[in-house]
Design a binder for this molecule. Structure first.
Ligand code: EPU
Length: 419
């Protein structure tokens, strides 16, 4: 198992390019199941979750070509409409094939995901939505079996709570349903809007993606398309925080400024200088001795992303004062706090809130990555810690960050991967 060895104390300086969004690329790959024509996707990040999704699609019947940023997918027919436990347990986003499979082939068998390091994360809302569209769903032996042999019918689906992949799954089911589907209380994340753009290029009729009401007129058939995935706003945010926490000057390029608006607002309140260079570049400059604590509550987009909460907490360990960080999306997303505390952070957890008192001089230690974003926060903390930090189980970080060690090293970080 790989580890990262990081020597802290270097102020980062340089330019870091942003990769395509993992969480936009995953549903885009699943969308290729909706047509028997080829779909070409550009700016695919080379991360482990993408390889896992490709493996799943191949088992279902997709031919995929291209290892790099461009992937061509072609699914002449659905050979096996199934997402097995072995894959779903390593990547919950595998459930994104449920909607497309039922829509295209009238049936799907998808493993229930089981436990997760950051919260329960059930898929009841995906199931509820598909039932509204007329699918018959049964649960047995740890699997969901969905069937709609006469096809899906458009309906109004009002989500009890906002779900990102639930909205995406239902949108993909509805594009081939008969009649109109209205998704209410839909997720407004940029990844949902990006998926809609791809589906529209394939011939789908969708209005309102990116707002909380999405209207879809079902069509008989979808065709092939080419699409470029949006930049990864969580990767972008992580590198902005890397610049800020080390008291350096980091420019991220190829990003979408609007997508990181909530983080930028917090950084500015915390005393970090953020310059909008052109429409796709942002530069942070900070004096790490002058960071101020700022409270933060995670919310659905356009609020502050839960996927940046752990990284933000690392930053707050270096800020003067007390920051209250409230996690509202997942019930167990503070695992990093205990590891940060091992490095010397002063953090108290009280239910869904973490109270971070700073600034504290962190010191390098052996720590364990518990999930993707928690690992990123440990890397950030290690960049300012005195001495050497060894982060174990970096396979978590490899799920969603493309070459993070190379990108950080190019800006002067002392980070290396050891086997
Ligand atoms: N929820 C339910 N029932 C459902 C679906 C969700 O109760 O059927 C709950 C979840 O348990 C959670 C909340 O609703 O408490 C929101 O979950 P959501 O469904 O929005 O999360 P997701 O779609 O499974 C995506 C991202 C996550 C990101 C969340 C929230 C992908 C592939 N994953 O997950 O990304 O944290 O939205 O923004 O898009 C990551 O990249 O590290 C990551 C975890």
């Amino acid at each position: 198992m790989d580890k990262f060895v990081i020597s802290g104390g270097e102020a980062l300086s340089g330019e870091i390019p942003i990769s395509g969004s993992k969480n936009a690329a995953l549903p885009a790959l699943a969308a290729a199941l909706l047509t028997d024509e080829p779909v070409t996707l550009r700016r695919i990040p080379r991360v482990r979750d993408i390889r896992t999704m490709q493996r799943l699609l191949v088992d279902i019947g997709t031919r995929t070509e291209g290892e790099g940023e461009i992937i061509r997918l072609h699914t002449p027919e659905i050979v096996c409409p199934e997402a097995p436990y072995e894959l779903v347990k390593t990547m919950r986003a595998s459930s994104l094939v449920l909607g497309p499979l039922v829509a295209r082939s009238g049936r799907a068998r998808v493993s229930l995901p089981g436990g997760c390091a950051i919260g329960a994360r059930p898929i009841n809302l995906h199931i509820f939505g598909l039932e509204q569209l007329g699918a018959h769903i049964q649960q047995a032996h740890g699997y969901i079996e969905a069937e709609a042999s006469d096809g899906l019918r458009g309906a109004t689906v009002h989500f009890d709570r906002i779900t990102v992949t639930g909205t995406e799954d239902l949108m993909m089911a509805a594009v081939l349903a008969k009649g109109e589907t209205v998704l209410r209380n839909a997720a407004r994340e940029p990844e949902v809007a990006d998926l809609a753009e791809l589906l529209i290029a394939m011939g789908a009729k969708i209005e309102g993606a990116g707002t909380s009401t999405i209207r879809i007129q079902g069509v008989e058939k979808l065709g092939g398309a080419e699409h470029t995935i949006i930049p990864d706003r969580i990767e972008a945010g992580t590198f902005l925080i890397a610049g800020a926490i080390t008291g350096g000057e980091v420019t991220i390029t190829g990003c979408n400024q609007e997508h990181v608006g909530a983080l930028v607002a917090k950084l500015e309140q915390a005393g970090v200088e953020v310059a909008r260079m052109d429409t796709t570049a942002l530069r942070v400059r900070s004096n790490s001795k002058k960071l101020r604590s700022v409270d933060m509550t995670t919310e659905e987009y356009p609020g502050f992303a839960t996927d940046l909460q752990a990284q933000y907490m690392a930053l707050m360990t270096q800020a003067e004062g007390i920051a209250i960080v409230v996690e509202t999306i997942f019930e167990n997303r503070f695992m990093h706090a205990l590891e940060l505390a091992r490095m010397g952070a002063n953090i108290r957890i009280d239910g869904r809130q973490a109270i971070v008192a700073g600034p504290r001089q962190l010191t390098g230690a052996g720590v364990i990555a518990s999930d993707l974003r928690a690992s990123a926060s440990l890397v950030l903390a290690a960049l300012v810690a005195r001495g050497e930090t060894v982060i174990d189980r970096v396979y978590h970080i490899d799920r969603g960050y493309e070459k993070i060690e190379a990108k950080l090293a190019s800006a002067g970080a002392m980070i290396r991967r050891v086997e």
